[in-house]
Ligand binder design. Structure first.
Ligand SMILES: [Zn+2]
Length: 172
């Protein structure tokens, strides 16, 4: 589980030992939590969040059960095989991984672009033609795929939910 414990601790100018004493755990526990090796029990998670004046959700990011990343199509998903192509080139996602967010048609592309920019979410777009339509279709039928870094995926999906009420899925 990703968390912001180290970032928040540094903001307050505390070293691991000082922070450990403040929340009544060992320095090793703090270290394990910060590196993601150890997920604190709920009472400790609350104590840490309270110490920083934050909510548990602010400090600990739950990734909604999506825990695998496909290197072929950049989707993050729950399960062992990529839902798009059945590719087995999957692994755990890491910060900086460019993740597939959504495919939008010509009209909603600029809306989503604006919303992501407003939220300060970095993204990359790639134009694709609808299957079999490339020859007949003009540029207005071009669709755009959006990719965001993994650490922004959850936030970007929230933005997308606000826009469409659920992302659109397409086959490879
Ligand atoms: Zn895939």
């Amino acid at each position: 589980m990703k968390n912001r414990v180290e970032e928040l601790r540094r903001e307050r100018g505390l070293n691991q030992g000082e922070f450990a004493r403040a929340i009544h755990v060992s320095r090793q526990t703090v270290s394990a939590i910060e590196t993601g090796k150890y997920n604190p029990a709920l009472d400790l998670a609350f104590a840490i969040a309270k110490f920083f004046g934050k909510t548990v959700e602010d400090v600990f990011e739950y990734q909604g059960g999506k825990n695998m990343y496909c290197e072929k199509c950049s989707r993050v998903f729950d399960g062992e095989r990529c839902p798009a192509g059945g590719s087995r080139r999957v692994r755990q996602p890491a910060d900086g991984d460019l993740c597939f967010l959504a495919e939008q048609d010509y009209l909603s592309t600029s809306i989503l672009e604006d919303m992501l920019k407003q939220e300060g979410i970095p993204f990359l777009t790639k134009g694709v033609m609808g299957a079999g339509l490339a020859v007949k279709a003009g540029p207005t039928l071009e669709r755009t795929r959006f990719y965001v870094p993994f650490e922004h995926l959850q936030q970007a999906e929230d933005v997308l939910d606000g826009l469409t009420g659920g992302g659109e899925e397409t086959d490879e």
